[in-house]
Design a protein around this ligand. Sequence first.
Ligand code: GLU
Length: 303
Amino acid sequence: MYLNEIIQEVFHEVDSLEAKGQVASYIPELKKVEPEKFGVYLSTIDNTGFGIGNCYETFSIQSIAKVLSLSLAYRILGEKIWERLGVEPSGTAFNSLIQLEVENGIPRNPFINAGALVISDILLSHLEHPKEDFLAFIRSLSNNRKIDYSSRIATSEKQVGYRNVALCNLIKSFGNIENEPADVLNFYFNLCSLEVNCQELSGLFLFLANDGCTLSGSRVLSQSQSKRVKALMQTCGFYDESGEFSFKVGLPGKSGVGGGIVAIHPKHYVIAVWSPRLNSKGNSYKGMKFLEEFTTKSQLSIF
Ligand code: GLU
């Protein structure tokens, strides 16, 4: 069966499931999203694509952006980056403070909030115009000039982001943040606020499916760095449910509290799913179900 047919079949199956889970509500603007939205888009490295449902409607990328900020910081710093943060799953909530205190301000990995704040700090130290340069980097990945930050969402998160403020100050107290916490947080809230649709999201991640090179041939990461970023997605991409995603879906991926999930089949395709109702671990309920069925039916996983 063609992947397109499998996508259609699984989409309708999952779409008819009982609506479970809740839209993220701790960021006021995210609460306004229509809970029943559901879209899927698959892009292949031979430049073909197929989408269904609300795949052309934009949503908030949230934590999915952490893979892209890591990629740019990794490109700039190389392996020295691992002096500032680790590569182990945390086994705690994405915004937990506990481990950080015990582990002297060195975040477990780049995809928990603490790690993403350290990555934001690195970008702030190395980019001349951090906000503009990061956006230019994102746009260059799939040659898409439409992608932009949402000041509405960034401002909304800034007004309630007390935990991220606490995390950033705690890391700073250990000396692992160089810049002013307010500037680091500002940059972090902006990168989480990026808005994309499923088609654009799958396009943004094609360089990771393509061994670190965009489809137009520019190298973003070395092959080894691209392997490592995907390995981190596999082990740390789904908060405290990363093992479950690996077990059921069998692809490296990353989720965000906006209800998006992106998953990569190396050298083959990227698939992006959006459905805003989240399960108790903060991952898209239908997104997880869709991808589990999709890799089962297509028999395409990395394992
Ligand atoms: N901006 C969100 C936060 O820091 C990102 C959460 C997520 O998508 O995991 O809380």
